[in-house]
Design a protein around this ligand. Structure first.
Ligand SMILES: Cc1cc2nc3c(=O)[nH]c(=O)nc-3n(C[C@H](O)[C@H](O)[C@H](O)COP(=O)(O)OP(=O)(O)OC[C@H]3O[C@@H](n4cnc5c(N)ncnc54)[C@H](O)[C@@H]3O)c2cc1C
Length: 460
């Protein structure tokens, strides 16, 4: 049967659009949380029709299929076994339409976020999402994870910018729902069921994104505070002072900042490490005179109210990029760590992190807790540096991280999703009834459990 599947797949696809054997193992993941790729084959369809034909065949043969976008997810959402077929959207990466008047971008799901950002900018518009993995992550991937990122405080999550979708269901049915309107209440908004569903309900092949006005002003400052309580006050002041133009409020505890900048890290330090917390504040707008004075007035208020102990405002594009580079310097933090992505009330994030900093090293030797995140969106990233990544140590860390979250009614995933990594803890955030409905939806749409099996929920 093995060769039979491969032969039938080859009949569907173009020459060179299927990899097998050693070529599968040689597949390069851009982000090394994955080990070697294991799969029966990797297929690269070039059209929705080919995706539909592949799924129809695989469904008939009960053949598991794992969708690959840019494979930058951080929750083992693209984990595979030797028996899987990988379906990569990499060769479906064309823009179909950029409608300037209607401010929409219609594209195939394999297009990268960066390519979408550049296309929107070239048309005088703005793609409303940004994340550090922008050069690799794809439109289908960010839709399937409902990605957040650094502009959520202004533009919302991916879900908020998706107007239309085309999805291929497990049996090969093509669900074309390429709505382009801001308002469309014609029955159920089915696309929202697929946003954030991590490839377990269908494969996204095309997307309509809503674009925003291109900002013409940008102001960035890096500020240091001597307590987390002051950071929370800063957030409230910034939200009041920059209505509609606050685009970033990123917090980095010193444990993150000192790993990014010299002497411990590699980037120049615009302000000295060693304070409690560092905050990157960004505003973007279209009113040159007003935006600059509003941003400067905010900084003066923060100084007058003694909410900051140090700070620098970027005076050029280069200095802005240098400050953002510090926040994007996640590799030294994420690579050796077990990483978490929780959400809770912004005001509770300090107390929560303090509890982890105290409790994890008590039970796990040679560990250190690093905190950073998109505080304006209630989103805290916790990276627990571990010398020993054994299953037992990892489980101990996970139990502490999620047990401590319960009193705050927090969520186990703010933006990265569940994948395999967080499936066992879904009940911390979701009720039995919610999980049962997720399982029912999965069984209904994919009764043979061929689509990304084992991710989010297990229905075996
Ligand atoms: C340096 C770095 C920074 C990051 N920063 C952020 C951040 O700020 N915010 C954030 O939210 N995330 C962040 N991430 C996580 C990651 O970038 C996002 O989850 C992103 O949305 C994944 O996109 P992708 O194309 O790489 O998807 P993949 O990793 O390929 O796939 C993600 C999931 O969706 C499925 N899938 C992929 N494509 C499709 C499709 N077309 N149809 C159906 N299912 C599909 C996959 O099977 C998998 O389950 C970061 C990751 C890195 C490495």
């Amino acid at each position: 049967m093995n060769n039979d599947v491969l032969q039938q797949l080859a009949n569907i696809l173009g020459k060179g659009d299927i990899l097998t054997g050693a070529a599968v193992a040689a597949y390069e993941f851009p982000w090394e949380t994955h080990s070697e790729c294991r799969a029966r084959a990797i297929v690269f369809p070039r059209s929705t029709e080919q995706v539909a034909a592949v799924l129809k065949l695989c469904n008939q043969l009960r053949q598991p299929v794992v969708p690959f976008g840019g494979t930058t997810n951080l929750v083992q959402g693209c984990a595979t076994s030797d028996d899987d077929i990988v379906l990569s959207l990499a060769r479906m990466n064309e823009i179909e339409q950029l409608d300037v008047a209607e401010r929409t971008l219609t594209a195939q799901a394999g297009m990268t976020m960066q390519a979408a950002q550049e296309a929107a900018a070239a048309a005088g518009l703005y793609f409303p999402l940004d994340i550090g993995a922008r050069s690799n992550c794809t439109l289908g991937g960010i839709v399937s994870t409902n990605a957040g990122g650094t502009k959520v405080i202004r533009y919302g999550m991916t879900r908020d910018s998706v107007l239309g979708l085309e999805v291929v269901l497990a049996d090969g049915t093509v669900l074309t729902s390429m709505n382009r309107f801001i308002k469309n209440n014609s029955g159920f908004d089915l696309k929202q069921m697929f946003v954030g569903s991590e490839g377990v309900l269908g494969i996204v092949t095309r997307v309509v994104f809503r674009l925003a006005s291109k900002p013409t002003t940008q102001h960035v400052a890096l500020l240091a505070a001597d307590s987390f309580e002051k950071v929370v006050e800063m957030l409230a002041v910034a939200q009041g002072a920059l209505p509609g133009t606050l685009t970033g409020f990123e917090v980095m505890w010193n444990s993150f900042y000192e790993r990014a900048v010299v002497p411990r890290g590699r980037l120049p330090a615009p302000i000295e490490p060693g304070a409690c917390c560092y905050v990157l504040i960004e505003s973007m707008g279209t009113d040159t005179a007003h935006d600059q004075s509003a941003f400067e007035a905010l900084l003066e208020t923060l100084i007058d109210e003694e909410l900051i102990v140090d700070g620098v405002m970027a005076k050029s594009d280069r200095e802005q990029a240098d400050i953002w580079a510090i926040r994007d310097e996640v590799e030294p933090v994420l690579k050796q760590a077990h990483n978490f992505d929780v959400s809770l009330r912004s005001a509770d994030a300090g107390k929560y992190l303090e509890a982890l900093v105290r409790k994890i090293p008590q039970r796990v030797s040679n560990s250190e807790v690093v905190g950073f995140g998109h505080l304006g969106d209630n989103n805290l990233h916790v990276s627990v540096q571990l010398a020993d990544h054994s299953a037992e140590q990892v489980r101990t860390v996970e139990e502490i991280v999620y047990d401590e979250l319960r009193p705050f009614n927090g969520a186990i995933s703010a933006e990265h999703g569940i994948g395999i990594e967080k499936r066992a803890y879904l009940h911390v955030t979701r009720s039995d009834a919610e999980i049962a409905l997720m399982e029912k939806l999965k069984r209904t749409l994919d009764p043979n459990n061929i689509l990304n099996p084992g991710k989010i929920v297990s229905i075996t």
